[in-house]
Each structure stands twice: as C-alpha cells, then as structure tokens.
Ligand binder design. Sequence first.
Ligand SMILES: [Zn+2]
Length: 549
Amino acid sequence: MLAYSYKRFSSKHQAQGHSIERQTKLAEDYCKSNSLELSTLSFEDLGVSAWTEANTKEDAGLGQFLSVLESGAIKTPCYLLVESLDRLSRAKIKVAMNQLWRITDYDVVVVTLLDQKTYTKDMDFTDFLMAGLIMERSHEESQTKSKRLKAAWAKKRSNQDMHSKAPFWLDRIKGDPDRPDGYYLNKHQATVQRVFEMASDGLGHYTITGILNKEQVPSPTARDWNGSSVSKLLRYRQVIGEYQPCTVENKVATPIGDTIKDYYPSAISKELFNKVQLGINQRLKKYKTHTGGSTTTHRNVLRDVGRCSCGKYLSLVKKRQRYYLQCIGSRSGLCSIRAIQMDAFEKFLRQYFMSPIFHNHWVSADKANADIDIKINKLKLEQDESNKALRGLLSVIETNSNPLILQKVSELSERITERSKTIAELEESKGTGNKQQSLYETSKLIDLAYAIEDEPENLTARVKLKQLLNATFDYFEMTRVDSDNGKALYYFIELGFNGKPLKYKSIDAPTALQNANKREIWFAWSDKPRIKLTEEQKRAVIEQFRYYP
Ligand SMILES: [Zn+2]
C-alpha cells in the first residue's frame, strides 16, 4: 500500500535544516517495517508557518492533503505519515481535529511516527479525544514557546550593553520603569519622518540626500549625508519597530528566527513605510530599462512615458539656457528628428492636460481617497509578494511537475487575479474630489514644475506631475516637422489614453516660440495629424480653441 509523508516546515530556515531529513528518515523506517511503499509525492507548505493564521485555511498543510483527497487524485486506502500530531497543525485545534476526522473518513490511516499511534476511520471516540488533547498540548506549547521567546528577547534587551548599537533615531536610557528596554526616540526621528515623507512624494534617495545636505540637516555620523545610507534607511524595518535577530560569522550577518515586532518604538507609521516600499518596488521595475536624462532636477517629467516618433525615449537636454526634449537616438545618429523646445510641451500641458477628458485621472485625492490609497498600497504590496512566490513556484515546476505545486500555482494566480480586480475596484471607487480645487492645484503644480528654481518644492512638483502623466497617458509621443530651411513648422503629439490614441498638432509655426511675444503656439486636436491644414482649416481650429486659457 502507498504511504504519503507529510512534511511540514515552520519557516524557511527550518526547511533548510534537518527537520525534513529527520521526518524522511522516520517515514522510510516505518514503511520498511510495515511493508508500505513510500510515495515520492510531498506535501509542502512552501515556507508558510503552520502556526500562523494563514495556515488555518484549508488550503495549507493537512488541508492540502484533504483537497487532493477530495479531488480524487490519490487512491485510497492509503497511509499518511506524520512525525507527531503537532506536525499536523499547530493551528486552531477545531480545524485540525476536523481535518484529521475528514482525512480518516477517506479511508486514510494517519500514523504519528514518534509515538507510532494510528488513527483510522474506525477509531473510537477515546482515540479521537486523545488526538485532540495531544494537539491542544502542542498548541499550548507553541504559544508558550512564543511567549518564552519574547520574554527571552526582552531580558536580553535589558541586559544588553548600554553602548550596544541602537538605530540612530533612538537613544538608550536605563532605569525608567515605564520603558524597561530603555529605548527613546531622539531628535533624529523628525529627520527619519521627513526622509520617508519625501520618498513618499516620489523623490529618489539621491535627491533626498541633496536636500538634506543643502539644508544642513544633522546626520547621525556628523558628516554629510550620503545616497547609499539614505537608500538603506528607506528599507530599514527598524523604523516601524521591527528587529531581526542575526548571528554574525566572518562578518556576514545571517538572520535567525522570525522578526520581532514592537521591539523598538516606531519612528514612522506603517502606512507611510508601506507606501514608500511600494514606490521603491515600482521604481525598480520601471527604471531598469533606460535612463532618460537628468534625474537630479527631475525636469524631464516625460521620463517614463515620453517617446520620439521613432519609438525611442525622449531625454532632456539643455542648450543655451533652454531645455529641449531630444530623442536618445539622435546622439548616436539613429534618429534625425531634431530637439523639441520644452516650452512647446509646457504649452500643451497648460492647454490640454487641464481639459475635462483628462481631469478625472488626476483629481487631487481627498481624505476618503487617502484611506482608499492605504488599502490599495497594502494590496499592492501583497501582490508583489504573491508575484515573487509565483515566480519561485514556476522555477520549481521546471524541474518538478508535482501536481500539488501546479495546483498551488493555479491557486496563486487566481488569488493574484482576484486581488487585481479588488485593486481596480478600489481605484474606481475613488471620489473625483473637488474639481475647482484640483484644477487650481494642478495649475499650481505646473507653475512650480516649470519654474527655473530647483528648490525642494519644485522637485516635488515635478515628481508629482510626472506621476500624474504616467497615470494618465499610456504613452506620449512628440515629434516635429521642419521646413526645408530646418525651422520647425509643426509639432505633432500622439498620446495613448484609455487604450486609444489621441492626436494633436500645433496650429501656428513653433518658431514663434523663439519670439513668444509676437505669436502664441496652440495645439489642435487632429484626426490626421500628418496632413497639412489649409489656411481655412487653420483659422477654424484657432477659432475653436480660442477660449482655452
Ligand atoms: Zn527618434
């Protein structure tokens, strides 16, 4: 008869340790002495702790075995080998007992290898009760263990050398009965808060470093701030009070055990921390592919969506005190389209970006929206985790076509799809805010973004504007058509909006930009942008757009 081995890992570290080896050895021995064939199929929780909430769901641990039984993929009668009943589940006893009951009901003999007890569908009520008692004891043990662990850490903490290293935003003062661990937030907490707020506004760590140094904000080392330490700070979970115990060997720190929450007083809110993590993750995804020009002044607000009509990115260049958008292909002679004055793009923004069709995409978030954003951010972080897990599973599939892994993959992808839907719904549910207010704010944002100064408020405005453009346009293509003598005749803009292309063409000759007092440049919506308008058509379009600000 076939026997299945139930292997449970309580954490990744345990998974790598000898817990699996020990269980496998016990299972092999049992099969030998009872003439059973050990199936190579394994039921792995894939790193999910059996004691956490996640595992009380039926899809984990025993539940996984149950669902396979229910699907009919396993022929019964058969054996299920576990080390002991606390290997079954340290989750809620009721769930675990119910699962044990249902499994034996499928004509599966459950064997606990340590005490060589068997549980069958014919077990009497005493056996069942015994099973419950064993589980309850192990549940209590795991709770005591976790309590003891906490107490041990608290003791270690209070015994710790006063000079041992605390994060720089914390001081240690011993002897306060209200704070036996002795940790207090110090003056640097405000700096930590500020750094995270700037990051949450979308500023990168180099820009933040520049601002801190320019304002001479005191650093923990009394030297200048540097980019890499700011970048590390933005990832430190200590700022939300978490601590990861480590062992240090040969100067390499290896984490041991789970992170301890509430170890330190929190320097910033969890929401702010999560929002920043999400931003960093997204930026990592986006910026791997290209460099679109200056990042220190953030002037190229089209950095992510801007394209030349040849398909390459538009970068920002400065010539004779003016800013231009230039195709990155032109540097290497791959594109002959000449640089476009930044002013032309700014004109387009002021004329069209403020128009009603784009409005709902960038209305400023009111309080309700901020709450929804917190929810969305949390879901998006979970989504990142799931995607990571899915990639891991997919790489396992390459060498192992275990049906349970396949099942886990399909479950995970289903969950990812579900979560995307929820995120989309939440996005949809955001209010449109106060239109008057958001028009005013956005026009102020554009003013700040295009100011000649490079103060923090200008940088923040540019980053915000860039985010608005990214959120509004699928792509943004800008190109120019020159006359025979090389002067710009027209600008063309094609942008992707809600999956559809919208096309615009400048009405007047853009050379007017060089003498802005004389003539203005206007963009007109155009169905066929590459066709020259007749004088009459031109006048009609000018008339049509005359009333825009
Ligand atoms: Zn180009």
